[in-house]
Design a protein around this ligand. Structure first.
Ligand SMILES: NC(=O)c1ccc[n+]([C@@H]2O[C@H](COP(=O)([O-])OP(=O)(O)OC[C@H]3O[C@@H](n4cnc5c(N)ncnc54)[C@H](OP(=O)(O)O)[C@@H]3O)[C@@H](O)[C@H]2O)c1
Length: 289
């Protein structure tokens, strides 16, 4: 399958490298043409224009900054005509509504459409070890199988409706960034209080299995049974309250800790004090009935 990668930024370049590594023909395009040089040296062909590249590919992969960039570069009548009967894999950051507008445009031009989200870094893509999730037509997912596998060893179709992958992506960000900032908050407490930072980082990143706690929440959410079996929300709230107190006493920022304290308290106020921490879903997504 002939591929075209639009966007030679940090991630688009990695996607092009991964496709080349698997021996697939790759055409590249970038708004600033000079940034195509490394991919061309690695074996890609540089498109003379977006529409010319689209004409000479079977699948277009876009990896641009955002919706506006895709709208300006891809969503044109020339490109629509050039891609008719082919596939468009949209990997630029977008909201679910924006994904739907791309899917509508693709449908009007007879283009098979998938949108996706890359759950990893360029180094993971180059290593062939990246999670990329997609939504859209399963037949397009199947047709593009070799291309999707070349970009990430674990392509996963998470929904048939366009926009599901980009909604999933926001849920992933909610998880990932809370986790990432949590690690940094812990590091700040260590640094502020004189606890060895390396020891904390080695423990949290290399040794401690934080997924074990997440599995307890996942099981409670899947079963709908929130009753505490391991630790009550009150116990968690009490433990976490010490974080704000200690952060304050050593001069570390307490913005995150104060917000989390309010969340725990809201769960208790709703009557979930004796439930698992998973009951906080009722605060984060209150029921309307
Ligand atoms: N880097 C990561 O770890 C990572 C991980 C997952 C997902 N992503 C996603 O991948 C996408 C690209 O990220 P990146 O890290 O490659 O960013 P980047 O290095 O900043 O590259 C941005 C790319 O978008 C192009 N661009 C920006 N505005 C444009 C416009 N108006 N018209 C045409 N092209 C435009 C840039 O072209 P110029 O070179 O001409 O400026 C460049 O090719 C983003 O949606 C990002 O969320 C990135």
């Amino acid at each position: 399958m002939r591929t075209m990668v639009a966007g030679m930024g940090l991630m688009g370049s990695a996607l092009a490298d991964a496709l080349l590594q698997q021996g697939l023909p790759v055409t590249v395009w970038n708004r600033t043409p000079e940034r195509c040089r490394a991919a061309v040296e690695a074996g890609a062909t540089q498109a003379s224009s977006f529409a010319e590249g689209a004409q000479n590919c079977d699948v277009l992969i876009s990896c641009l900054t955002d919706h506006e960039a895709v709208t300006q570069s891809v969503i044109t009548s020339d490109v629509g005509e050039a891609l008719a009967g082919k596939a468009f894999v949209q990997l630029s950051q977008a909201t679910p509504d924006q994904s739907l507008t791309f899917a509508d445009w693709a449908a009007r031009h007879g283009i098979g459409y998938l949108d996706g989200s890359i759950l990893g870094y360029p180094k993971d893509v180059r290593a062939g070890d990246c999670f990329i999730i997609y939504s859209g037509d399963p037949a397009v997912f199947e047709t593009c199988h070799d291309v999707l596998h070349a970009m990430g060893a674990k392509p996963r179709l998470v929904g048939e409706k366009p926009g599901v992958a980009t909604a999933f992506d926001k849920a992933y960000f909610a998880f990932y960034y809370a986790h990432a900032v949590g690690l940094l908050h812990g590091a700040a407490i260590c640094r502020a209080s004189g606890v060895p930072l390396d020891g904390f980082l080695d423990l949290m990143v290399e040794a401690y299995d934080w997924r074990a706690a997440d599995r307890i929440s996942a099981d409670a959410l899947k079963s709908g049974d929130l009753a505490a079996r391991e630790a009550t929300l009150e116990t968690h709230a009490h433990a976490y309250n010490q974080v704000a107190l200690f952060s304050r006493s050593v001069g570390a920022d307490t913005g995150l800790a104060d917000a989390m304290d309010r969340l725990f308290q809201a769960g208790i106020d709703l009557g979930h004090g004796r439930d698992e921490i998973a009951a906080l879903i009722e605060v984060l997504n209150p029921r309307r009935d």
